[in-house]
Ligand binder design. Structure first.
Ligand code: ATP
Length: 653
């Protein structure tokens, strides 16, 4: 499916005009700099010699995949294909014997009678060949989906275990995109490898028989097949070139078609009339892609005509040579008859071989991407093991922590931050948009590593600590927490999916988050599906989702609860209620790290850190900070004034 999309979507050439609006929409030149470029190197290697030398490695890779997926089926395929090759050689030799008997001297009845046992053997061999083919088809059919599953599972497993920074790294993301084709390619490699083995064996059989019949026949066979090899290679090279140049275009048109149908974009598409705009772009991109495909088809047709003419000439030369040998008495008529059959069998095997090797090679490139992804994901995986965190730490300390997101941003998101988070308290992080609050808690949760400085849990540096243990201690309601397209129950319990789901824990979590009413109003309560695009699905309001998000964090029962703007979507009453609950949590010894712009809600915090442009600007209790008259006091009075300041009259005129 992916592959067919890939093939279908081959677009216009590298220099094909990119409209100005496309540039604006997708930002900059339509070129890739990783992943696909590695294909380009492989593409340059796509010549006959490289293909032949790489063949054993490719077959080995397919065998390994098959072996991993289902040993029994792999054995059956190999044995059946080898058996078919032998059966083919035996039939050719039997055919030679039949022809020899039929053309030889004596009464026709005797000749026919003499040929009967060999004909019977020929029929038996054909039957065995057919049975072997059936066995191979059956086993290949079993193997293919398993290979795809094994490859996909590994892809997903590795992708899910990498650091957040890798997932956000555009180069790694491109590799993820490219490698997704690898599993389908791995599946197809199995049948191509089977075809290669079968074509190879039957070619060897035909070539051996031909060599026995007359040595000059072998080069003639090769000459007849060269044109097919040349045209298959030429077309494959063109397809690669086109694909590499057009891949960004393909991604962009997928993006546009996705935007036109996704529920999130649907309201704006309708109210702002964005549909025709997007559709126009989609059509323009699809049309240019069609032009490229037409270009490729035209070239393929031309190459096909040249190859056929070449094959025709080579065939005439072959039969002329056979006739010459017959006339010169250098070959018996029966041998010439067998030679014709062997040449036909051999050339069709060679054709099949070239096409299968070509396809194997093409798919191997995508499997190569998958293997590169496996390797890179393993390198960028969250490390296993590490120093244990203290069982009951007193504080978390940031010491001169600096962090910069990858990219071109000149200013670090966190700049030389030194602060303390005492555990068992409510600590608030305050500051204007972009001041670094979310980044700070992401570092605290181990999602990113500091570029400079240390984060200590008492005396244990998180740089060397057990990362899984660290995550275990944290429950987080992020600003953009995931709205899972599952039931309300799963949306809460997914906070700790490894724990057995108990009604008590569920009820307590819903209560802590004040989400009981939200769930009570759902048509099927906790079992309501929260995905409108499915039948029976239901959609929650932003505030209702937010309460479920808090319930999820409560269900997790992490020792440190991080809540990033927990009340942004809540009405005034709900907001009060949520902060009440958060305060109640803290009184049970739970650490709460609270990020909020609603400074009235911060009054109950034990400690407030104020960030400004990535730096720590102020630290203290809310009262101390108010008295100090700094950023906190300024933001606080700005908010307070909104309720008391008179509304300015509209300007006249
Ligand atoms: N994933 C990211 N990649 C690159 N830059 C980022 C990323 N996330 C945040 N930034 C940048 O880091 C800086 C700090 O962002 P952060 O989200 O930590 O601020 P914040 O104080 O939480 O803001 P807000 O109050 O708007 O939530 C900003 O300049 C932002 O553009």
């Amino acid at each position: 499916m992916l592959r067919s999309g890939r093939r279908r979507a081959r677009g216009r050439g590298a220099e094909g005009g990119v409209s100005e609006s496309e540039q604006l929409l997708f930002g900059g030149p339509l070129r890739y700099d990783m992943g696909w470029n590695q294909h380009t190197d492989a593409f340059l290697e796509l010549n006959f010699r490289a293909m032949v030398t790489r063949l054993p490695a490719l077959l080995g890779a397919s065998c390994r995949l098959a072996w991993q997926a289902d040993r029994r089926a792999a054995r059956v395929v190999l044995a059946a294909e080898a058996g078919r090759g032998v059966a083919q050689a035996v039939s050719l030799l039997a055919m030679n014997s039949v022809l020899g008997r039929l053309i030889g001297g004596g009464a026709i009845e005797d000749r026919l009678r003499g040929a009967v046992p060999v004909l019977a053997a020929l029929a038996a061999v054909s039957l065995v060949g057919a049975l072997l083919r059936a066995a191979s088809t059956w086993a290949t059919g079993r193997l293919e989906p398993k290979v795809e599953r094994v490859a996909t599972e590994l892809y997903l497993e590795r992708a899910a275990a990498v650091e957040l920074a890798a997932i956000e790294d555009h180069a790694f993301h491109k590799l993820l995109d490219t490698a997704q084709y690898g599993a389908g390619s791995a599946r197809r490699m199995i049948s191509y490898a089977t075809r290669v083995v079968s074509a190879l064996i039957s070619l060897i059989a035909a070539a051996s028989v031909l060599t026995v019949l007359h040595p000059v026949l072998l080069p003639l066979l090769a000459t007849m097949t060269l044109p097919t090899a040349w045209s298959a290679l030429t077309n494959a090279r063109r397809r690669y070139e086109s694909w590499h140049n057009w891949v960004q275009h393909v991604r962009a048109s997928h993006l546009i078609s996705g935007l036109l149908t996704e529920p999130d974009a649907a309201p704006e598409i309708r109210v702002h009339g964005v549909g025709p705009f997007l559709l126009r772009h989609y059509r323009a991109m699809a049309e240019t892609a069609e032009t490229e495909q037409a270009r490729l088809a035209r070239l393929a047709a031309r190459t096909g005509v040249i190859a056929s003419a070449w094959t025709g000439l080579a065939t005439v030369a072959t039969y002329a040579t056979l006739a010459g040998l017959l006339l010169a008495g250098a070959m018996a008529l029966s041998v010439a008859g067998t030679a014709v059959i062997a040449i036909r069998t051999g050339s069709s095997s060679l054709d099949n071989l070239v096409v299968a090797v070509n396809s194997l090679h093409e798919d191997a490139l995508f499997v190569g991407d998958l293997q590169r992804l496996y390797a890179e994901a393993a390198e960028r995986a969250i490390p296993l093991g590490g120093d244990p965190l203290p069982e009951d730490p007193r504080e978390i300390r940031f010491e001169n922590v600096t962090f910069r997101y990858p990219g071109e941003s000149a200013r670090p998101a966190l700049d030389d931050i030194t602060l303390t988070i005492p555990l068992g308290r409510i600590v608030a992080l305050v500051g204007e948009n972009g001041s670094g609050k979310t980044t700070l808690v992401k570092l605290l949760a181990g999602l990113y590593k500091p570029e400079g400085g240390r984060i200590l849990w008492d005396e244990v540096d998180t740089a060397t600590a057990d990362r899984y243990q660290l995550a275990e201690r944290v429950a987080m309601v992020a600003q953009d927490f995931k709205r899972w397209p599952f039931t309300a129950r799963v949306n809460v319990a997914i906070g700790r999916s490894s724990a057995p789901l108990t009604e008590d824990r569920m009820a307590a979590s819903l209560d802590e988050a004040g989400a009981g009413e939200v769930v009570g109003d759902l048509p099927r309560g906790l079992d309501t599906l929260l995905a409108r695009q499915f039948s029976g699905g239901h959609e929650l309001s932003g505030g209702q989702w937010q309460r479920l998000g808090i319930a999820r964090a409560a269900y997790r029962r992490g020792r440190i609860l991080v809540v990033d703007e927990p009340t942004a979507a809540l009405d005034a009453r709900a907001e009060l209620e949520v902060f009440e609950k958060i305060r109640a949590l803290a009184s049970t010894g739970q650490t709460v790290i609270l990020i909020t712009h609603r400074l009235a809600s911060v009054r109950h915090a034990d400690l407030v850190h104020v960030l400004d442009q990535g730096r720590l600007a102020e630290t203290g209790t809310p009262d101390e900070l108010l008295a100090r008259g700094g950023i906190y006091a300024e933001l606080y009075s700005l908010q307070a004034e909104q309720f008391t300041a008179p509304v300015p009259a509209p300007e006249a005129g």
